[in-house]
Ligand binder design. Sequence first.
Ligand SMILES: Cc1ncc(C[n+]2csc(CCOP(=O)(O)OP(=O)(O)O)c2C)c(N)n1
Ligand SMILES: [Mg+2]
Length: 375
Amino acid sequence: MTSPETELVRVLEADGRFAPSPAAERYLPLIEAISDAELEQLYRDMAVIRAIDTQATNLQRQGQLALWPPSRGQEAAQVGSGRAARAQDTIFPSYREHAVTRIRGVDPVDIIKLMRGVSHGGWDPTDPKNGNTRLYTLVLGSQVLHATGFAMGRLFDGRSGTGDLDRDEAVIVYYGDGASSQGDVHEAMVFAASYQAPTVFFLQNNHWAISVPVSTQSRVPLVQRSAGYGIPSVRVDGNDVLASYAVSRIALDEARSGQGPRAIEAVTYRLGAHTTSDDPTKYRGNDEEESWALRDPITRMRAFLEGRGASASFFDEVDEEGADAAEDLRARTVELGPPPVSRMFDHVYSDPHPLIEEQKAWQARYEASFEGGQA
Ligand SMILES: Cc1ncc(C[n+]2csc(CCOP(=O)(O)OP(=O)(O)O)c2C)c(N)n1
Ligand SMILES: [Mg+2]
């Protein structure tokens, strides 16, 4: 089916050629205004997070982490949208947005802490160094409601839609093709549309919800779900970082300036396993994986930059930066000690609670009883 909502926005072909699709027309002025330095930054972001993601996957295989959800293959969708957000915007990730969180300033080791089981959340979303990045959430779709409620609050407080683009705020929320079937997502879209909340719904359609293919998830392109609620929605090639950047930039600017919510379906592919607990060979074939490997977002952008004359030394330098970041991640991961046992009591209630205090004291006495061989 072809409709304005289902035509794909793409500017880079899989081989890196600049060949905009008809639907990309309105984004071309924005894309042509991207500087050489910014183009290189987009490539750098993708390549460095790939190195970090590969290292984290290896660390899990070596018993250093309980779990890791790889972002391999989804770097263009994430980097394009992550770079499109402005400093004042708030990010609501799911659990695979390693590139987005890094762009916003979150230390990848903070994600490691969560996946190693030494932290309940990973980072402090209110600390300015984390760039208004809310915590990962594993409850599918819940963050989409949180994001919309937050966006409505921003609107009601006059922090969005005032016409001041340096100050006005938007919210971008990440979710997957599987999550798009959750009631929470649909309820969020109803509220966002009713209240014209400044929410950008960023759906990464990576074709799989663990072992369930997107073809089971929906009979129509997923972009039509948000469009059905009256939310202007675009479908973008999620392996084209320039297209992802442009559609996200415009959607965020429109949402921020009081035009209501926007939705993006980024069509991409999860090249790795769902998580390190999953074995994709049980439910999908090599042919499919190989056909998507040919559309790898990083090789595509590299070919584009090479065509524009980027030097070999630039790519060497990025490779080195990725290797250093991966090495640093490993070094700091293996140094992470266990959290104090007392921490399990700390966040049960926001204020001190006599019962919890009593249990904490009991637990401390019990631990102490092992010292000196008295137990
Ligand atoms: C409410 C809820 N139901 C089920 C699960 C188990 N679960 C975890 S990830 C996942 C698949 C999600 O697929 P998708 O939304 O496409 O995101 P992706 O993992 O592909 O990025 C499921 C069913 C969950 N975490 N939360
Ligand atoms: Mg998916």
